[in-house]
Design a protein around this ligand. Structure first.
Ligand SMILES: O=C(O)CC1=CCC(=O)O1
Length: 91
């Protein structure tokens, strides 16, 4: 099952720089792990925003929920999920 996911990152401006750096570092490590597993095949920066468009390839809604809530940045993310189906005109 494919899902289009938009994540907007909202870190508090007054967050301790060391805490911020640790969060971002752990987020990158988790993202790399999930990409290497094949469940996060697309990850794109949205130009001009601290946000991304991603494609997840998972077997269930519950798996996607578990992956998203496992992200270190999860408490600071606004997440919009769009389930994708096959388009009849896709060649
Ligand atoms: O910077 C972002 O868009 C949030 C994020 C998701 C995976 C990652 O490494 O950072």
């Amino acid at each position: 099952m494919l899902f289009h996911v938009r994540m907007d990152v909202n870190l508090p401006p007054d967050l301790d720089p060391a805490v911020r750096a640790d969060l971002v570092s752990r987020e990158k490590a988790r993202a790399v792990e999930l990409q290497e597993k094949g469940v996060w095949p697309q990850l794109w920066r949205i130009v001009g925003e601290y946000a991304n468009f991603s494609i997840f390839d998972v077997s269930s809604n519950d798996e996607l929920h578990d992956l998203l809530t496992s992200l270190p940045l999860f408490p600071y993310l606004k997440i919009q999920v769009t389930p994708l189906a096959t388009h009849p005109s896709k060649i």
